[in-house]
Write a protein that binds this ligand. Structure first.
Ligand SMILES: [Zn+2]
Length: 733
């Protein structure tokens, strides 16, 4: 526990106490942001000083019962009369000190104030005076903003980040009662930028050994070194800014801008080690992004922050594609985003742009949700997740993977496919109504894994020797494991190994090059096995689109493999559609038992194929395998009923809470949700700690008590209906 958080060895004694963890630590000893539950943000524009009505805005935010409000301090535009040179004062500021007025009113309404900053762009006068502050193209030209072309991109490696930004923080800290600073846009969890300014050239020369490629390419030695140098710089700037903001205010906090959901390039585990507060700028979805995208963000952030502060921004505006900054998102979509935020253990941060809205439809949905949260606050103070299934979050595979099946540079949309393995597993777990957590691949320590019955590994192709050693340790301690496709085939940077590093666990070794992607291949059920569930009426299941040909390690297993491969044969024209090899002994899956440990390995990308094809057989196969992995150990939560839902189960300060998100909606995989489709009774069984007596069960969204029974440590109740979201609170004496 201490080791994991040793980064918090800071000057303030109170923070050191807080770093030990909240359990048993009085609230007074913890930093103010540790108990944050509700957050809001008004994002000002340069013209707002002309018209902004401070009183009515603070009244609105206050009505949301916020703990903290974010308001623009400066960076690109100063909303106060700054004395820092090249810190551009709003052209419309006049004699006003808008930030000062807002700060005073915010504090008068008993809300914490966080100054929202932007470190990413500055004006032409700064470019003229300090050319060294700015990013450069290969030809030396600066990089103007693509829309607001009079602004230029600043460079993270330059003194703008180590001198100019801290000077602004110090000025604001010296003048206004601020409790923290947040930077828009930086550092993000996305791609690295490659810049050709003097500072960067020096980094390339001294640390990288050459100019790195300008896109993700983990096969490049230069990219690998640049990745490390880049992460070091991010962490260094973060620490410096934390130090700068707390010079005169020990409990002040610096908050960077993270997010990215499941699609991250920068190492979120390392970012989580430096961040005292993780803000996910994951404001909404567009296109065919799935509705559970926000809950996934919560799982990623929890995996690296545990119970430290995590917020998620919900844009109240229409951040679809195209984007509209000044009209409201569909209220049902906004509500569902806020619901996922809190269900997954994050704190909601409600965000609007511009001080003079002509669309005010967003205000009431926010107020309603936040008022409901405030009323039930005790049930949203989570202590721990009670899930006993862990899903390995394969960060490096998502960031760097180049599948042997598709040997080309992954960029943009293509790289998004590296998350499809996880997405397929995720969807199977939702349909199977499992309660689970994400575990970051860099946190596979026994202390973390101990609480899990099973670890599910969706094609973590890139794993280090240490990762594999830790997974092996989990299995030898009795844990169960499911892994798919190329898991452990490569080092953490993608260097191919001669065989899976975990071949001993899988009971299978690589026997050839990847086959695929192809359709019209199959898996044949050779004999019943509990991991296969019950596929009455068929001997064939849809095959994985890509697979690693494998050979079972034990010769005794030959002929006893329950699921074998039927290789591809033409799908067109119909005259040609017949198997050339009806039967093989090539394993499509291997299942092993050793004491309480059960291991399932799928040689194909069944998870990704499930996601791409939507064929339910593959989902059912994954679900029956996960049930088999569990063995006789009872699931901590079971929920039966119709509908597609996502569930979270927490031990809370008041007892327990079961969160049910209703995704049963035609807009589940393409936004926005316009209305909800209520699902009927859900039958729940919830296992509580031995000896705990539940005294009341209440549906917080419906606002009614539920009848329940308790038999030993199992509490049973029916949830009559779920419209958008339900939180069932189990209170103990
Ligand atoms: Zn640079």
């Amino acid at each position: 526990m201490i080791t994991r958080r040793k980064f918090l060895t800071v000057s303030s004694a109170s923070l050191v106490v807080a770093a030990v963890g909240p359990r048993g630590v009085a609230a007074a000893e913890r930093p103010w942001y540790a108990t944050l539950r509700r957050c809001g943000q008004l994002n000002l524009n340069e013209r707002d000083p002309l018209t902004l009505d401070v009183g009515s805005w603070i009244d609105y935010w206050s009505s949301l019962k916020l703990n903290a409000l974010l308001l623009n301090g400066g960076g690109i535009v100063a909303f106060y009369p700054t004395a820092v040179r090249y810190h551009h004062r709003s052209e419309f500021l006049g004699s006003r000190d808008l930030f000062g007025e807002l700060a005073a009113e915010t504090k008068a309404h008993d809300m914490r104030l966080v100054a929202r900053m932007d470190c990413n762009y500055a004006y032409g006068d700064a470019l003229d005076a300090h050319p060294e502050w700015f990013e450069r193209n290969r030809d030396g030209s600066p990089r103007p903003h693509n829309e607001s072309t009079w602004l230029y991109k600043t460079c993270m490696f330059s003194p703008y980040f180590t001198e100019q930004m801290p000077a602004i923080y110090r000025e604001i800290n010296g003048r206004y009662p601020v409790d923290g600073f947040f930077t828009n846009g930086w550092p993000s969890t996305g791609d690295l930028t490659v810049c050709y300014c003097g500072s960067c050239q020096k980094v390339y020369r001294d640390f990288v050994g050459g100019t790195p490629p300008d896109h993700v390419d983990a096969t490049s030695a230069l990219y690998r070194k640049y990745y490390d140098a880049y992460m070091e710089r991010v962490l260094d700037v973060w620490r410096r800014w934390q130090a700068a903001v707390s010079e005169t205010r020990p409990d002040s906090v610096y908050v960077g801008n993270l997010g990215g959901g499941i699609r991250t390039v920068k190492n979120v585990k390392r970012l989580g080690e430096v961040a005292r507060w993780f803000n996910a700028d994951h404001q909404g979805r567009s296109g065919d992004t799935v509705i559970w995208d926000c809950a996934q963000q919560g799982r990623v952030a929890r995996a690296v922050m545990d119970d430290r502060t995590i917020t998620n921004v919900t844009g109240a505006y229409s951040n679809s594609r195209p984007t509209w900054r000044h009209v409201a998102k569909a209220p049902a979509e906004t509500t569902m985003w806020l619901a996922q935020t809190v269900a997954s253990g994050m704190v909601p941060w409600f965000h609007w742009l511009g001080g003079a809205p002509e669309d005010t439809r967003w205000k009431e949905p926010g107020r309603e949700f936040f008022a409901w949260l405030a009323k039930n606050e005790a049930h949203f103070r989570n202590r721990r997740s009670i899930a006993d299934i862990g899903v390995l979050y394969p960060q490096r595979t998502i960031a760097f993977y180049r599948s042997g099946a598709e040997p080309r540079a992954w960029r943009g949309a293509e790289r998004a496919q590296t998350a499809d393995y996880l997405q397929g597993l995720y969807y199977a777990l939702l349909e199977g109504r499992f309660v689970f957590d994400f575990i970051h691949e860099d946190d596979l320590r026994p202390e973390t894994l101990r609480k899990y019955r099973a670890l599910l590994v969706p094609n973590a192709a890139y794993l280090s020797d240490e990762h594999c050693r830790q997974i092996r340790g989990f299995v030898s301690a009795g844990g169960s494991l499911m892994a798919t496709f190329e898991t452990s085939r490569y080092s953490e940077w993608g260097d191919a190994r001669p065989d899976f590093a975990l071949a001993d666990l899988f009971g299978a070794g690589v026997a050839g090059d990847i086959i695929g992607p192809v359709g019209n291949s199959y898996m044949r059920i050779e004999r019943p096995h509990p991991a296969l569930g019950n596929f009455d009426g068929t001997a064939l299941l849809p095959g994985a689109e890509s697979r690693v040909p494998v050979r079972a390690r034990e010769t005794a297993a030959a002929g006893s493999v329950p699921l074998t491969v039927v290789p591809y044969y033409p799908a067109f024209p119909p005259e040609m559609v017949f198997p050339r090899a009806r039967r093989t002994d090539e394993p499509a899956a291997l299942f092993h038992e050793n004491g309480s440990s059960r291991i399932a390995y799928f040689a194909g990308d069944v998870d990704r194929t499930f996601w791409r094809s939507g064929n339910p057989d593959l989902g059912l196969l994954i679900q029956s395998t996960v049930r088999w992995l569990r063995g006789d150990v009872r699931a901590p939560v079971s929920l039966e009923g119709d509908g597609i839902v996502e569930t979270f189960a927490w031990e809370t300060g008041a007892g327990y809470a079961l969160h049910i998100l209703n995704y049963t909606n035609p807009n589940m995989t393409r936004g926005f949700i316009r209305r909800f489709y209520t699902i009927g009774p859900q039958k729940a069984e919830f296992t509580v700690e031995r000896g705990r007596r539940i005294t009341a069960v209440r549906a917080l969204r419906a606002g009614r008590a539920l009848r329940f029974t308790q038999d030993g440590d199992v509490v049973r109740f029916d949830v009559p209906s779920v419209t958008d979201y339900e939180v069932v609170a189990l209170a103990n004496s």
